[in-house]
Design a binder for this molecule. Structure first.
Ligand SMILES: NC(=O)c1ccc[n+]([C@@H]2O[C@H](COP(=O)([O-])OP(=O)(O)OC[C@H]3O[C@@H](n4cnc5c(N)ncnc54)[C@H](O)[C@@H]3O)[C@@H](O)[C@H]2O)c1
Length: 351
């Protein structure tokens, strides 16, 4: 079966990797990328794809907001699959101002779902339509450090602790409600922390690597013992595609790499990969409400759909990611300076 995927948020970190992944791994597939180009949306992430004449029929970028109901309905009517990634995604920003998180993650998701519901009602939704809502392990709350045997399963109750996590949890519940009430064939994926190329340098790995290249120290929160379960972004993309193609509608699938690292260990691995001394660590006041530990049990996805991570081996995968930022200064320098914000207008003019 061929798919024309409406991807939301395709100019972000995971979205741009997903575009590359799908175009490479599924030669029969097309992708329409709907992205509002917020601060974290960077069309330069896909400049080479846009410039590739061989991909002209397979990739299209549409600048627009998931809260634009008419646009969503029009685009969804042209596609037969949805991968919903558009979101406000940075926990620290949600602590400073939760409003954009509710507006995009909750209202935006509801607008998107309603567009699909209306198409279905009007008999205009593709008969073979399938969708995946891309969510996060953060909706499950926090695990204790002294109970390493505990992991999040799909049955773990929702308990989002940060405004970001709460807004994603709300969007998950809306997806489940639209599946239950209107029969929309949607799955939810909940993934652990991603790493890889094209991640906005406000997130820990690219922030630390680029600070170190610039000769600046790296800010380590609190005691540095908070644990995250790290997965390479391409493993995440493959898992989302697997769920789109083989997932059972209405089901939730956890995605993780069984790769728990605390922030101290992560920081020392980055320092080591870059040949920098421990003195470059600057301890800073802990994040408000900082979740202690996330750990994913991915066995459902592995046993039912046959997915397994193959690109997340530690420390090699981390070292390769560090190398990518070291070798692509033009990419992150334009993000850090804000120059990337001009790219869209330069390419397309004001619209
Ligand atoms: N980064 C991670 O480690 C991680 C882990 C698990 C799940 N997720 C989820 O994966 C998805 C993508 O995360 P990311 O790290 O790539 O985020 P990101 O911040 O890099 O990208 C988000 C993209 O969404 C776009 N966007 C935001 N609001 C929009 C709107 N109203 N309409 C249209 N587009 C809009 C932005 O312009 C940007 O391109 C999110 O839903 C996030 O919750 C991320």
């Amino acid at each position: 079966m061929t798919r024309h995927i409406l991807l939301t948020g395709g100019c972000g970190f995971i979205g741009s990797n997903f575009v590359r992944f799908v175009l490479r791994e599924r030669p029969g597939y097309r992708v329409t990328n709907l992205d509002a180009l917020t601060y974290s949306g960077n069309p330069e992430n896909l400049a080479d794809i846009e410039a590739d004449s061989a991909l002209r029929d397979r990739y299209r970028f549409v600048k627009g907001d998931i809260r634009d109901a008419d646009l969503v309905q029009k685009l969804m009517g042209e596609c037969n699959a949805l991968v919903h990634m558009a979101a406000e995604s940075h926990v620290d920003r949600s602590i400073l101002d939760a409003r954009p998180f509710v507006e995009t993650n909750v209202l935006g998701t509801q607008t998107l779902l309603d567009g699909i519901r209306r198409l279905k009602h009007a008999g205009k939704l593709a008969g073979d339509f399938r969708g995946v809502h891309v969510s996060t392990d953060e909706v499950y709350g926090s695990l204790p450090l002294d109970r390493p045997e505990l992991k999040f399963t799909e049955e773990t109750p929702i308990c989002g602790n940060s405004p970001y996590a709460a807004s994603k949890a709300a969007s998950d519940l809306l997806v489940q409600a639209y599946h239950h009430t209107f029969g929309l064939p949607l799955c939810i994926t909940r993934c652990s922390n991603n790493f890889g190329p094209y991640q906005f340098p406000e997130k820990v790995i690219p922030l630390f690597v680029t600070n170190l290249i610039e000769g600046r120290k790296v800010p380590l929160y609190g005691d540095g013992l908070n644990v995250r379960d790290w997965l390479h972004v391409e493993d995440h993309c493959e898992a989302v595609l697997t769920v789109l193609e083989k997932g059972v509608p209405g089901e939730v699938y956890n995605i993780g790499g069984n790769n728990e690292r605390n922030n101290k260990e992560l920081t020392h691995s980055i320092l080591k990969a870059m040949g920098k001394p421990p003195e470059m660590i600057q301890p800073v006041t802990d994040r408000l409400g900082h979740d202690r530990r996330y750990a994913i049990d991915p066995r459902k996805l592995e046993t039912k759909l046959g997915w397994r991570p193959t690109r997340s081996a530690w420390p090699q995968a981390l070292e390769a990611t560090v190398r990518w930022y070291v070798e692509n200064p033009q990419w992150w320098q334009r993000v850090k300076s804000g120059a990337y914000r001009q790219y869209y207008e330069q390419q397309y003019g004001r619209r």
